[in-house]
Ligand binder design. Structure first.
Ligand SMILES: [Fe+2]
Ligand SMILES: [Fe+2]
Length: 294
């Protein structure tokens, strides 16, 4: 598929459709987290990098349930059978992602981290209070933007060897999640285009998504670092090691660049997720682990 991928104009209830978009497959994984002796600093031996990654994991399950709710609100307005099928598969994939990340939460608790207090705060603020303040169209727009970010993060994960420095089971978890985020990256966007599609709503959703993701991710990271302190980690030494690690700094730069680029892409008025040619990246990873077909 090239950059000029065929995206048909969206009439109400009709699916814009890209050539080369994959059939979305739901895969049950069952990663052996508890059996694998995952160390507390499972990413590059770094308390900081691990805190950042653990924090993102805590955001996923409730976030993914929010994505499903946001799309489900409009499901009845979708008439195109192919988009309806993609929506169902999207629910299936997001549900499985949340399930696997929540299984990993048990390991975090066994490592001595308090996970529940952060989740209680995050879920109440994000989904009991904030979610209810926004219209269904804005919730869907936020979802479409967050899906754009997760696909961008997925591309980053699959095109860098950085995950080689994570514990192999966590690397497997993140690569599988990355590949499926790419597979279903256009579903929420297509639903938004089919039922609303207003550019100002799309852009507002992007900024809300960015503010929400940045805030909750940063809070989650701070939470884990506070927990590290309680568990006796010398955070000053850990911070110094992180600052002086060129590989870690390079990945931080790469992540910043990836977000900047993702924002600029999404701001283009005629943007569609399928304009970004990455389905082959997901496909080849899934094939390499023997899970292309489910
Ligand atoms: Fe997901
Ligand atoms: Fe997703």
């Amino acid at each position: 598929m090239d950059g000029s991928s065929a995206v048909e104009s969206s009439a109400t209830g009709q699916a814009p459709r890209a050539e080369g978009a994959p059939r979305i497959k739901v895969r049950a994984m069952g990663f052996p987290f508890r059996e694998s002796g995952i160390p507390r600093h499972w990413f590059m031996g770094s308390a900081h990098l691990t805190a950042l990654s653990n924090a993102l994991q805590l955001l996923f399950p409730a976030g993914e349930r929010f994505f499903i709710r946001s799309v489900k609100h409009y499901e009845g307005q979708i008439t195109d059978p192919e988009l309806k099928a993609r929506i169902k598969a999207f629910y299936g994939q997001e549900g499985r992602h949340g399930h696997e990340h929540e299984r990993f939460f048990k390991v975090l608790e066994e490592q001595g981290f308090d996970v529940k207090s952060f989740l209680a705060w995050y879920e109440e603020l994000a989904y009991e209070k904030l979610e209810k303040r926004f219209s269904p169209a804005m919730r869907l727009s936020v979802t479409a933007a967050l899906e754009h970010f997760t696909a961008a993060m997925g591309r980053n994960a699959l095109t860098s060897d950085f995950l080689d420095q994570a514990h192999p089971i966590l690397a497997d978890l993140m690569r599988w999640h990355a590949a499926e985020e790419i597979e279903h990256k256009s579903v929420a966007f297509d639903v938004f285009e089919a039922v609303d599609g207003r550019y100002p709503v799309r852009v507002a959703g992007l900024f809300l998504a960015l503010v929400g993701l940045t805030r909750f991710w940063a809070e989650g990271t701070r939470h884990f670092l506070r927990e590290e302190e309680k568990l006796g980690t010398d955070l000053r030494a850990a911070a110094k090691a992180a600052r002086e690690n060129p590989r870690l700094q390079e990945e931080k730069r790469r992540r910043g660049e990836m977000f900047r680029h993702a924002i600029l892409e999404y701001l283009k008025p005629g943007f569609h997720p399928d304009d970004i040619d990455d389905y082959e990246l997901a496909r080849s990873y899934l094939e390499s682990i023997g899970r292309l077909e489910g």
